[in-house]
Design a protein around this ligand. Sequence first.
Ligand code: KE4
Length: 427
Amino acid sequence: MQHSESSRLFAEAKQVIPGGVNSPVRAFKSVGLDPVFYDHAKGARVWDADGNEYIDFVASWGPMILGHAPDAVLDAVRGQLERGTSFGAPTAIEVEMAEAVCACMPSIEEVRMVSSGTEATMSAIRLARGYTGRDKFIKFDGNYHGHSDALLVAAGSGLVTLGIPSTPGVTKGTAADTVVLPYNDLVAVAATLAEIGEQVAAIIVEPVAGNMGVVPPAEGYLAGLRTLCDEYGVVLIFDEVITGFRVALGGAQERYGVRPDLTTLGKIIGGGFPVGAFGGKREIMEYLAPVGPVYQAGTLSGNPIAMVAGLALVGALKQPGVYDELERKGARLEAGLRAAVEAAGVPAFLTRVGSMACMFFTDATVSDWKTASTADTARYAAYFGGMLERGFTLAPSQFEATFVGLAHTDEDIDAMTDAAAEVLGRM
Ligand code: KE4
């Protein structure tokens, strides 16, 4: 494959955009390649600026569960465009969207729309702090919740030692109220709450981790967090920006039967448009302005174009059999990759929850960031490059998810796993 137009665009982009990209992971740095610039997409396929065609397993990092540019979404957006694209005023469509979210996730009694997952998690943390009057909160190593300051924090040295900034620009003061603990470790959470529980406003967790690769919750983990939060009056926040409408119509909270106090959403509910949301118990949500004292706002929150797109997508996901089909496709992908790994004799640990999966290039059993980070990222980079050259787009990082969606045919999935067998066989 030749990528001359992508290379030209990359050189031009770097003159006016930091690193030539509007989000760091797109720069392909962790796979040691220049990024591919996309031109258009439809269904399971994307085409780059050089006209190369790929079967896509990035799905725009999750939203494209129906495939790219699904007709249902395009028709809905076309119908709204002539009626206006933004009002900065309440509209009926926002009410319909809020009702749809609440109907799918009964733990959500009220929901506030925002424009990104980052906004959703940042706002949820502020709301939990305002509601409890407490300052600290717990997050988990390897969980990513967007780039708001309090969430860009690395683990402190000891169990309850407070976080340290994970990037310049985040102040020590901001990081000091964030406690970072190992994922899938209830003992660490119990010990921390025993020590400082009365200072902890919230626990925020990816109920299925999707940002250290895919790491499922250990048996009883989510229920254990629920019990501990009840014991200490801590707000349990499920960050379902990836898992919401992905691992079940009602998200991970439906799949695992654990009700959080607050849920954050994004990606799929925007149908490809900039949308995030946070919602949960009415008692907590009513602490939000204009009803309550916790301020939060947004010019494009509930944008009508994004709302009709999200509604159309959620409507398509409500059709009977959708999640059975996603599970079937996910299982086919997993079986094919397992066979490829076996045949190649390459050390790899595979994980999957529904239609999100990951192949870690490690012989460790991956259950948290410590074990995920043993993965051989150079080997992943070689795998990524080999798959790209054969016409398959994967996340340009070992620590992301592979997404299969309704637009992938069995032939697409088999072609991908056959290519993986070939690439792994040459390693
Ligand atoms: P955004 O602000 O990127 O819309 O959402 C932040 C966010 C929050 N919570 C979870 C669980 C997330 O996965 C994300 C964003 N995900 C990454 C990739 N896994 C977005 C890709 C990117 O940063 O370019």
